[in-house]
Design a protein around this ligand. Structure first.
Ligand SMILES: [Zn+2]
Length: 400
């Protein structure tokens, strides 16, 4: 009996340890750096702290501040060079920080300045080039993306709103490049990541919203889509093929303060007519130009109806490279159509310029998010069932 109680006690301890360690493990994401360049080698200089170099599982070098190394792919090997040593390896090279550390990194043949990163690296051969995979704490990664994509001139509540959006999106897209051995690339294909974040305000915004994501009524993470400026009215998710009740049209009174609120262009009536015919609206051929004008002064249309034919207004934005699908037309005597447009982007979800202005006016990040995403809630992802799965995905693979 006593034995059994002891065993039970041990099990409780193990379970407790597992629960606690879950929170001690840093959440890391892996990002392929210089991804679009298909690089052949790198130069790394330690900026701060120190690093240990592993050839597979074997420690082969230590790097202190100022140390400069190169790793270059030569036929089937990675050739490592430090001032005093050189070797070739057919395994991954792993460069791991000891405590707080950062480094400068550039690729062989680059004419750009070196970039500054933190976290640790895995250098991997693949056919024809190498992957340089950077493992970074999730909040640091989020801050880096915000800096690269949204700049450093906004206020904290705006950055917090963007941090929650990005975290939600990152969780939904984790392992996008799983088959290649990392989570994300550093280009716009995933999220733009140029450098480790330097803005204290942005880093704070990511940390203060640590683990927070945005969910719907059923506690499912939402697809937090956004655009540049709504033009004063957002449109529903169907434009992007998302049917959901959190992406509803929102009268957005903050868009007007944004730089992209309005736009204007001219198009010859004949050109517009030809476009409609090309899009399969045959009846456009026999109409007067003045009967082919789209009017969205008071509302946003999803599609424009002419006779029995329909044209998706968002197609016009994509096909003709116009700023938005939210426009109205008028025509002058010479047959030239004036297009008066509002906003920039697809118009679904959050309007970035409006969010920027809301934050500047003192709105909190939750208020900003709830303004654009209806019937949603910002929650800690710890409270979600999906979290245990995310934990597995975000497991720390650091060899030390
Ligand atoms: Zn990608």
């Amino acid at each position: 009996m006593k034995k059994r109680r002891e065993n039970n006690f041990k099990i409780v301890i193990v379970i407790l340890f597992l629960i606690i360690s879950k929170f001690l493990v840093a959440e890391e994401v892996s990002v392929s750096l210089f991804h679009d360049r298909k690089i052949q080698g790198i130069t790394l200089t330690v900026q701060k702290g120190s690093y240990i170099v592993f050839d597979g599982k074997k420690i082969v070098d230590t790097l202190e501040i100022g140390t400069n190394i190169t790793v270059i792919k030569e036929s089937d090997y990675l050739v490592y060079r430090n001032r005093s040593k050189a070797f070739a390896s057919d395994q991954d090279l792993v460069i791991v920080n000891r405590g707080e550390a950062s480094f400068f990194l550039n690729y062989t043949g680059s004419v750009e300045p070196a970039k500054n990163f933190e976290g640790w690296l895995r250098i991997k051969r693949t056919s024809g080039f190498i992957y340089v995979i950077n493992y970074i704490e999730l909040d640091q990664y989020i801050a880096g993306i915000i800096e690269a994509e949204r700049g450093t001139l906004a206020s904290e509540e705006y950055y917090k709103a963007i941090a929650v959006i990005l975290r939600t999106s990152i969780f939904l897209n984790l392992g996008k490049h799983k088959s290649e051995g990392f989570d994300f690339c550093d280009s716009r294909h995933c999220y733009l990541y140029k450098n480790r974040a330097g803005s204290r305000l942005i880093l704070q915004a990511a940390k203060k919203t640590n683990k927070q994501v945005i969910v719907d009524n059923s506690l499912n993470m939402i697809n937090p889509v956004y655009h540049i400026n709504s033009g004063g009215l957002t449109t529903d998710g169907s434009v992007l093929g998302i049917s959901s009740d959190y992406l509803q049209p929102v009268v957005d009174t903050f868009a007007i303060y944004g730089q992209s609120y309005q736009w204007k262009l001219l198009i010859p009536g004949a050109e517009w007519q030809q476009y409609l015919v090309r899009k399969g609206i045959k009846s456009a051929q026999s109409k007067l130009f003045k009967d082919l004008l789209i009017d969205q002064k008071n509302t946003r249309l999803i599609s424009y109806k002419l006779g029995n034919d329909n044209l998706k207004v968002d197609d016009v934005r994509n096909d003709l490279n116009w700023n938005s699908a939210f426009f109205s037309m008028s025509i002058d005597k010479s047959g030239v159509i004036t297009v008066n447009g509002r906003g920039n982007g697809h118009g679904v979800g959050l309007s970035l310029e409006s969010a920027f202005n809301m934050a500047a006016k003192g709105y909190k990040y939750e208020q900003i998010l709830y303004y654009f995403y209806k019937n949603t809630k910002v929650v800690s992802c710890n409270s979600l069932l999906i979290y245990s799965q995310l934990e597995r995905e975000l497991k720390n693979e650091k060899p030390l």
